[in-house]
Design a protein around this ligand. Structure first.
Ligand code: C2E
Ligand code: CA
Ligand code: CA
Length: 740
């Protein structure tokens, strides 16, 4: 838009340049021809102004267009709420608002004032010179008439005096009396000595009108007086003159020539050029002033815009700017050969660097990271600081994923080295998430979001980089929604518990039930515990979840006990639960005051849970086992357990993971592995439970290997409490005398 006006401005400049020189030329030439130096001077000056303004690029169209692009105060006031950066720039916005107001005044007022002043001056000057030229002729004639009056006898008839005068005077006076409306001779007191009317006696009204205006003036004047007289619609000019040193006054009233009436004057070419020149002058002088203001406003807004679009620490473009960068790159893309890649970069454990080295060094590191990123394929990439320790590299690459990976690798190579900060070596590790335009989307906001999602994925999977995939998106929305709902689901008791029996493989008696949690969400349906338990672990909700499970399982245990079913419960613990300060008090209460006494509670923990912080874990396990709580190692075989540790743990049950149970018939090696695991369990003095038993053949084999307990769909699926009671009453596995 601005360019359009700017081009207009260029044409305008050229025209003004040529026009200006033309006027200067005319002004100079006419000075010699027309004897009116004021008009010629104005024309020439007008020419000079045109040339000057064209040279100094003052163009109203361009300037006004520039003003319209400047940020408006109100819009920025809104931004002020959105962005803290803009707050810094608020003074500039206020400045702009004041400037804008000044500007409006500076355009209008001088233009109007100049126009009026020039018009009035010009009219006055011109009218005066016009009057002088008309009356010049009258003056000469009157002079001669006066001489005649003096040379003949004073008081004699003017006409007769004229009669004996030289022929040229006779002609002049007669032409004068022909044109004049009135010719009067007065004495010093204003008394009319003689009067002549060119249009008959009826013009006495004119005489009276004139006398009302002039006689009082006469005695006061030494020599002469003149003025304008409006008589009806007529515009007249009168001139009075004292005859020599006598007391006689001669006055003549002539009609104002038609070309000198006000209307004729206003439409005369001279006056029009003058008006045009004056307006032009007014416009150009005000646009010159405007230009100065606009420059100031523009530099204000440029500063403001830069500040709101750039990060103050690194000087890099910020999140607000990223979309326009992507748009610009996208437009310049040769879509047949090239594509756009967004590499979202996150520094791992930057918080730790900040906390250990201090924020000043952390800031320095961020600046350095920004600088390093700028060195990755310069010219083809833009670096944006998205906030905190997250940067985004927007790059143009040749079409395919390999090149995108290559760019990500360059980023990794550049940053994952040892950086020196104040002599302290710091090793950086980063994760990157990639999205591709236009393959993933053409919209900048989508590309940024997708790269964010890919980055989150890379972080959760602990991989170096990750490309965006469409299913990640819906997955992450679902995850975020569910995670937010999980807390309320726990608080509102929307979770439920199911129970899966474990039975003695020899006696077929019920050895106990494993408590498994279930969650049905109204929108997303049944959510797998594998999913939400892991989210709860990461978000810190897991302690709350485990408390809920333990409390509700205890209630169920109590209810069954009241009905005569003494069933041992096994509750799953997540790794961090062992370090929860409230866990031991809660279990103590459930054991001493509730139904979990008498060895009714077993806790299943994974090997990894123990290995995370073995000493604290063992300490907590000892406290609990002293209360009569038994421990089972869950998913045995899949973790990183050290057998030496297993020996020291108060564990009474080893649950061999499903992965070792299914399909052992297929491979001898698997069979050997399973057998030795069972033997190891027995060697450690544990009861060995096989998980995920799905058929009779597996049962037989496990019996053969002397496994103690089995759990799995072949025995019973996890079922709600009431169903388990029915199962107990109907199935072959009943052996309540053992469980009781
Ligand atoms: P897990 O502790 O290994 O639980 C056993 C899982 O195997 C259960 O899945 C159960 O339904 C399934 N299963 C049982 N028999 C068979 C079978 O014959 N074949 C097959 N294919 N699967 C069988 P579920 O209920 O989905 O639980 C999955 C995991 O979620 C559990 O694995 C456990 O780690 C976790 N979890 C469940 N409830 C809780 C809880 O209350 N607290 C904690 N911390 N974790 C829980
Ligand atoms: Ca378990
Ligand atoms: Ca398990």
């Amino acid at each position: 838009m601005l360019e359009k006006y700017y081009n207009m401005g260029q044409i305008d400049r050229l025209l003004r340049f040529l026009f200006g020189w033309g006027l200067i030329f005319l002004g100079i030439v006419f000075t010699g021809v027309i004897n009116d130096s004021l008009m010629n001077g104005l024309i020439a000056m007008f020419g000079v102004i045109n040339v000057m303004t064209s040279v100094f690029r003052i163009c109203p169209a361009y300037l006004l267009a520039r003003i319209s692009t400047l940020p408006k105060g109100r819009a920025n006031k809104r931004n002020r709420v959105d962005s803290a950066i803009i707050v810094d720039g608020f003074d500039d916005v206020k400045d702009n608002r004041i400037l804008r107001r000044k500007l409006q005044i500076s355009i209008l007022l001088p233009m109007l004032a100049l126009l009026v002043i020039f018009a009035v001056i010009a009219y006055k000057l011109d009218h005066r010179s016009m009057m002088m030229s008309i009356t010049r002729q009258v003056d000469v004639a009157m002079e001669m008439a006066a001489k005649q009056i003096i040379s003949t006898d004073s008081g004699s008839d003017t006409a007769s005096a004229v009669g004996s005068a030289p022929p040229e005077l006779v002609q002049m006076v007669s032409s004068l009396s022909e044109n004049s409306e009135l010719f009067v001779q007065q004495d010093a007191n204003g008394q009319i000595v003689d009067s002549a009317f060119s249009k008959g006696e009826g013009n006495e009204a004119l005489l009276r009108a004139w006398l009302r205006q002039s006689p009082s003036l006469l005695p006061a004047h030494e020599s002469d007086a003149r003025g304008m007289l409006m008589f009806g619609d007529e515009e007249l000019i009168w001139t009075s003159m004292r005859v020599g040193s006598t007391d006689t006054w001669l006055s003549v009233i002539v009609p104002s020539p038609k070309e000198h009436t006000m209307t004729a004057y206003l439409f005369s070419p001279g006056f029009l050029v003058l008006i045009f020149a004056v307006s032009w002058l007014a416009i150009w002088s005000s646009t010159y002033i405007v230009g100065i203001f606009v420059d100031k406003m523009e530099s204000n807004s440029r500063r403001l815009q830069h500040r709101s679009m750039h990060d103050s620490l690194t000087g890099l473009p910020n999140r607000q700017k990223v979309e326009s960068i992507i748009n610009k790159r996208m437009r310049a893309l040769n879509s047949e050969r090239e594509c756009l890649v967004l590499v979202m970069v996150d520094i791992i454990d930057f918080r730790v660097i900040n906390e250990t080295l201090g924020y000043a060094l952390g800031d320095q590191l961020l600046v350095q990271v920004g600088n390093y990123l700028k060195e990755v394929e310069p010219g083809k990439t833009d670096v944006v600081r998205m906030g905190g320790d997250i940067f985004c590299l927007v790059g143009v690459i040749a079409h395919n994923r390999v090149n995108a990976s290559r760019l990500a690798n360059l980023v990794h190579d550049k940053l994952e080295c040892t950086h020196e900060l104040n002599g302290i070596p710091i090793g950086l590790q980063i994760r990157t998430g990639l999205s591709l335009g236009p393959a993933d989307s053409v919209k900048p906001e989508d590309l940024v979001r997708f790269a964010d999602i890919a980055l989150a994925q890379a972080k959760t999977q602990r991989i170096k980089d990750c490309f965006y995939q469409h299913d990640q998106d819906s997955h992450s929305i679902r995850k975020l929604t569910l995670l937010a709902r999980l807390r309320t689901a726990i608080e509102r008791n929307e979770l439920t518990l199911v129970y899966q029996p474990k039975v003695d493989i020899g006696t077929q008696a019920l050895a106990g039930v494993e408590v498994l949690v279930r969650w049905h969400d109204d929108e997303y349906g049944q959510v797998s515990p594998v999913e939400f338990v892991s989210w709860a672990e990461k978000s810190g909700l897991i302690d709350k979840l485990t408390h809920w499970v333990l409390t509700n399982a205890e209630k169920q245990c109590q209810e069954w006990r009241d009905r005569g079913y003494f069933i041992p419960f096994a509750v799953n613990l997540s790794p961090t639960n062992l370090f929860d300060k409230e866990l031991i008090p809660l279990i103590t209460r459930l054991v001493t005051e509730g139904s979990f006494g008498d060895g009714m509670l077993e806790l299943e923990i994974t090997e990894n849970a123990v290995m995370e912080d073995p000493e604290r874990a063992v300490q907590a396990m000892r406290v609990l086992s002293n209360m009569g709580i038994r421990f089972a190692i869950d998913d045995f075989g899949t973790g990183l357990s050290s057998f030496s540790y297993l020996r020291t743990l108060p564990v009474s049950n080893l649950k061999i993971d499903r992965a070792f149970i299914v399909d052992t018939s297929q491979s001898d090696k698997d069979a050997v592995l399973l057998r030795s695991m069972i033997e190891l369990g027995h060697g450690l003095g544990c009861v060995v439970t096989a998980e995920g038993v799905e058929d009779e053949a597996t049962m037989d084999r496990l019996r053969q290997y002397r496994c103690d307990h089995v759990q799995g769909y072949h025995v019973c699926r996890p079922v709600p409490a009431e169903e388990l009671v029915r199962w107990l009453q109907t199935c072959d596995w009943q052996g309540s005398e053992r469980a009781a």
